[in-house]
Every structure is written in C-alpha cells, then in structure tokens.
Design a protein around this ligand. Structure first.
Ligand code: PLP
Length: 441
C-alpha cells in the first residue's frame, strides 16, 4: 500500500517535471518579442515558490496597530516586506510602497475605486490611443464617468491645453490616470501636473515602462508632479507577475482609501510568497538597470529603423519610431495580422501577439517589445538581423524552414541562463547552491 502510494507520488512528480521541461524548452527556443513579458532571472524564479507561501501577510503601507485579523509572524515577513518597500521607494523616488497588488490591473482598479465615487469622473487613454482595458467596465458598473485624453495624432502626445480645458469644464473629474499600454513616447507629465487644479489627482501606470524609469532612461513620474505611481512588475521590470502602488507623499489623503481598496476590499491574500522575487528583481534593476534600460531603448530604435528599411510600415516615423521598448508594426486587417502571428512567425520560433495599433485608423499589427531579448544579450546588430528575417518571412514569403534555422542559431548564441543585467552570474558558484538548498528545505 505504502509502496503504491509512493509510486503514485513519483509518477505525479515525473508528470509535472516533464511539463516543466517542455515549457522550459519552448521558452529557450522562442525569440520572445511580446512587449508585456520578460525573462525573470533564476533567483526570481526559484524564490517565488519557497519560504513563506501559505502564510497570510498583508500589512498596509503605513503604520497601523495590529487589530482584527492580525497574524503572528516570525519577523521575517515583516523584514522582507520592509526591504522590498525600501528598495521600491528608492528606485521610484517614492515616500510609500505597497507591494500587495496582485498585478497592474488590481493596482489601477484600487486607485480608481479609492479616489472616485458614483457620479465622479476620470480621464484615461481611449483604447484606440493605447489605454489599458482594466478600468472602463468597472467604472461603468459603478457609475463613474469616463473621459478620454485629447491626443495630437502626429506626435501621439496628450494635448495639454485641451486636457486642462476639459478638466475645468467638467468639475466632476477627480482623477487622471496615464494608463497607456501602447507606449512609444514619454508623455508631457510635468507640464500637465503644473497646470492641473489641486483638486485633481494625477496617477501614472508604469506597467510597461517601470524598468525604463527605474533605470533612469525615463524621468521619474513622482518627481514630475505625479501623485501616485502604480503598475505591475513583469514587463520591463523583470520580476514576478505582481503589482505595486507608490505615493509621492506619505501624508496624501488618498493613501488610506486606495490601500484599503487593494486589501481587504479587492484582495484578501496578496501572494506574499512573491515578495522575495520582487526584492530580487528590484535589486537587479538597482544594480544593472541603467545599462539595461539604455540598451533596451537602443535595441528598439535599431529594430524599428531596420524594419522600416526592409519595407515594413512602422508607426511613429515622425518622432523616430520609438522612445521606449516598444515597436508598432502595422500589417493590415485583423485576419492578416493573426495569420502572420500564428501561421508564420510562431512556426519559426518567434513569439509575438497581434493587436489593433493606436493611431493607425483601426489597422492591426504587432506590438513588439525588445526587453526580454535584451536580457538574453541581443544588441542593435542582432535586431537588424531579426528585421531581415521578418522581411524574408512576411514580405518575401520565403520558406519558414530557413528562418527557423536562423532563429535557432541566434538563440543558441544567447542562452536563457545566465541572463544579462541579472544576478544569474552569482549562481555559477557552489556556495550559492548550498544557500539555495537551505531555502528550499
Ligand atoms: C499590462 C498592464 C496592466 C495589467 O497588468 P497585470 O499585471 O496583467 O494585471 C495594467 N495597466 C497597464 C497600463 C498595462 O500595460
């Protein structure tokens, strides 16, 4: 009986291991060019499943006495949470850091619900201008009025004068959220912040460009007059799938309402097992973020220009195609973009997704991101090579087998371990293995 149970357990373990092996091989053999994903380092991956999973931990980002639902703690959770908060505040120039949101959507929804009530209004990016999808359904259901940013078509920037007029014409507007997930440029936030009335709260969702901000390639929103910075930690920030909310001022009157919406109103558990991986990812940014962010932007610019040279229609020629990790490639109809994604590119080992491209009158295409492959070590010339392979496959309709071989060769040169701009190199000595084994026991 005991023997049979052991065998069953072993079969289960083999089963899971083999699924992991398949997935790992897929990741290794994929040229990942989605704008919303990254390759986390080995420590981020390993620590995400260990230590404290299973124990609740949900202290708010301000001093509060233990009350109802206080859970005892060894002291370690408190210490880890303090460490992640300290480094979060340091890399985002913030006075508070709430690690609890279970993603960028939870963070933006807590900001909306904490600040606006039924009958109030808020401004964010329309879907056609790259706004995130996480706010409108909830606002409609609750009875919060939705306004969209006025955008200058040629530059893709917010028309500040029109925005300020909109805010004065509609006194019910309480909140402005910069929630672009299609993001080629940094918006003029210091100008917006300086002209807004004090009654309106300005927040910045950095789910996409958090790593570029932490690396110093973009200005710090909280130093530009933004009240709240929020977002997730797995796009240009190479961390676990998690989120955060930071205030520029720890005395801000909305700190408690927004924090209360995250937990306990929207979330009960906050995946506290992911604090350690967040801490590692932020530490990697603190150590290597500058170089990583600069190389990411150089790679995106090189990729965009090369795709255009090959004959593709790339968004944003007017401003040099991109200032971020993203490149927007316009392909045509939705059917065509989907066919290229699933039947052509993914068959050659290229991972992308097809989407409606902002500022293109409803055309579909690819929102490409170079951050993940930058972590594998690719540089500007490698992205020129990839642009050439895109042209062979899509424009010249060459056989995908040649491209598949070429992609394989590129990937072999840039393995998944050790990743650049990460602590992976630390794990190449035996002492670190002993320490990790201790954590996992
Ligand atoms: C990706 C994204 C989100 C959602 O993040 P999740 O972690 O998937 O919940 C929210 N806001 C913006 C602007 C995003 O780009």
């Amino acid at each position: 009986m005991i023997y049979e149970e052991n065998t069953r357990d072993l079969i289960l373990l083999e089963d899971i291991t083999s699924l992991f092996r398949v997935d790992n091989t897929y990741r290794k053999n994929s040229l990942s060019l989605t704008a919303s994903e990254n390759y986390p380092s080995m420590l981020v991956r390993v620590l995400g499943s260990s230590l404290s999973g299973g124990f609740y931990h949900f202290d708010p980002p301000y001093d509060a006495n233990p009350g109802e639902w206080y859970f005892p703690d060894s002291g370690s959770m408190q210490e880890l949470s303090k460490k992640v908060s300290n480094i979060g505040m340091a890399i985002f120039e913030a006075e508070t850091f709430d690690w609890r949101p279970n993603g960028g959507s939870a963070a933006e929804q807590a900001v909306l619900l904490g600040i606006c009530s039924r009958g109030d209004g808020f401004v964010h990016f329309a879907h056609k201008d790259g706004g995130h999808f996480g706010l409108e359904s909830i606002a409609t259901k609750v009875g919060i009025k939705i306004y969209h940013f006025p955008i200058i078509e040629k530059t893709l920037l917010i028309d500040t004068a029109k925005l300020i007029k909109m805010v004065y014409d509609h006194p019910e507007i309480k909140l402005i959220i910069l929630d672009q997930s299609f993001k080629l440029r940094f918006q003029p936030i210091s100008k917006i912040a300086s002209e807004l009335p004090d009654s309106v709260i300005l927040t910045y969702d950095c789910s996409h460009d958090g790593g570029l901000i932490a690396g110093g390639a973009f200005p710090q929103p909280l130093l530009q007059g933004v009240d709240i910075l929020h977002g997730n930690t797995h796009k240009t920030i190479p961390g676990p799938q998690k989120g955060f909310i930071s205030f520029s001022n720890k005395e801000h009157p909305m700190l408690i309402p927004v924090s209360t919406w995250i937990c306990p109103n929207m979330q009960s558990n906050s995946h506290s097992e992911l604090i350690a991986p967040m801490l590692i990812a932020f530490s990697e940014l603190a150590s290597f973020g500058g170089e990583y962010a600069r190389q990411t932007i150089k790679n995106a610019k090189s990729f965009a220009a090369a795709l255009s040279d090959e004959g593709f229609f790339v968004s944003g020629e007017y401003f040099g195609y991109t200032e971020t990790h993203q490149v927007h490639l316009i392909l045509g109809t939705q059917e065509k973009a989907l066919d290229i994604t699933t039947n052509i590119l993914s068959k050659s080992g290229i991972r992308v997704n097809n989407v409606e491209i902002p500022g293109s009158n409803g055309a579909f295409g690819l929102r490409l991101g170079v951050q993940a492959m930058t972590r594998r070590g690719l540089k500007e010339t490698d992205f020129k090579e990839i642009a050439r392979i895109f042209a062979d496959l899509i424009l010249k309709k060459k056989n995908h087998l040649d491209a598949t071989h070429e992609i394989k060769d590129i990937l072999q040169e840039f393995p998944l371990f050790p990743l650049q701009y990460s602590f992976d190199h630390m794990l190449e000595n035996d002492a670190s293995h002993d320490l990790l084994r201790e954590v996992l026991r």
